[in-house]
Design a protein around this ligand. Structure first.
Ligand code: SF4
Length: 345
């Protein structure tokens, strides 16, 4: 906004284009002026942004599930590096003005975490259904990290941390069955929908209370069972630790945690509010899985490797993704002193 306001150019669209050309990083933005709807996406396409249409009017949303709810027709994604301008005279898709702001050689770098956690499974982002990719993540996770029953007649119980891991758990358990492993998918945790995502609630004590308010267990499903708990990621470990405690209090004989992403080692500088490096559970225990298992009080813990996670990204090539929080490979150079200065304030 500041760059647009300071522009010396006359035309509003030129002012926005000039500003966006100066901005580096991840953004998907919508601007509403007196007479225009303007949408733009960064040249790497980190975040999703979609265009829809209803009753001759155009709509912009970050996820297509918003369109479905309102019976809006999905038209297309706003392309990486594209700015689109819709005004009151725009009646058809062909009349939408589109500008490509950047060099076409800039590589696509979608945030892989959108598929892992952020987006809803009923959305279609980056050209693929989130649900389809999460099921595939579950399948790959089961192939590499299955959990076997203790006795031949027993079934392992596969449950998910709702809601983001629900479809991963379905994919995981389906694959266990295909592998001939006796198992059952159950709803073992119930999530309250009146409290937001805990990893963005500030303050450790508040977060712990938040987990208790947010989840409850279904005792009949968990009692005396070997439980596989599927989660999409572990950030600080607060939620996982509390959940394992709840599941064990409900009578589970053992809890085996399976994570449908690799270890998060690095902060995100592209808009996701991850904690500082020191607060990430993997860094607190220097990547020592046994120590993390002890801390979380799980009987086993397995993450996906980077390659395993990318194997699940069907319809995409691995190089299309930002994986910086797992790999440290930042597609856009970052000033790491920034993190320090923010957290020291
Ligand atoms: S660092 Fe992680 S969360 Fe941030 S944009 Fe990259 S993949 Fe997404």
């Amino acid at each position: 906004m500041h760059l647009i306001a300071r522009s010396k150019l006359e035309n509003q669209i030129d002012q926005i284009i000039e500003a966006l050309r100066k901005v580096k990083g991840a953004y998907s933005i919508v601007i509403l002026t007196n007479d225009k709807l303007i949408a733009a996406r960064d040249p790497n396409g980190f975040r999703p942004l979609s265009l829809g249409k209803i009753n001759g009017s155009f709509v912009i949303a970050s996820e297509t599930c918003a369109f479905d709810i309102n019976k809006i027709e999905f038209i297309r994604d706003v392309e990486p590096g594209e700015i689109i301008v819709i005004d009151k005279n725009t009646k058809t898709v062909n009349e939408i003005r589109s500008f490509k702001l950047f060099d076409e050689s800039i590589p696509i770098k979608h945030c892989v975490f959108e598929y892992i956690y952020f987006s809803r499974p009923d959305s279609k982002i980056f050209g693929s259904n989130v649900d389809k990719i999460r099921r595939k993540l579950g399948k790959v996770l089961a192939n590499h990290h299955p959990v076997l029953p203790d006795k031949p007649e027993e079934k392992v119980i596969v449950i998910s941390v709702p809601d983001s891991s629900n479809t991963v758990a379905i994919g995981y358990q389906n694959q266990l069955i295909k592998m001939g492993i006796n198992s059952k998918h159950e709803i073992g945790l119930i999530r309250s929908h009146y409290i937001g995502r805990t990893f963005i609630i500030p303050g450790q004590a508040k977060r712990e209370v938040g987990v208790r308010i947010k989840f409850n267990t279904v005792k009949g499903v968990l009692e005396d069972k070997k439980v596989v708990l599927i989660d999409d990621s572990i950030v600080r470990g607060t939620t996982s630790k509390q959940l394992v405690k709840l599941i064990k209090e409900a009578g589970a004989r053992s809890v085996h945690l399976r994570i449908s992403s690799p270890q998060i080692i690095h902060p995100c500088y592209y808009g996701m509010d991850f904690p500082s490096k020191e607060e990430l559970i993997v860094n607190r225990f220097n990547g020592n899985i046994n120590e993390i298992e002890n801390y979380l009080d799980v009987d086993s813990l397995e993450y996906m490797t980077l390659d395993q996670m990318l194997e699940a990204m069907i319809d995409h090539v691995p190089s299309e993704f930002c994986t910086a929080c797992f790999s440290g490979d930042y597609p856009i150079p970052v000033n790491t002193n920034f993190e320090k200065s923010v957290y020291e304030e």
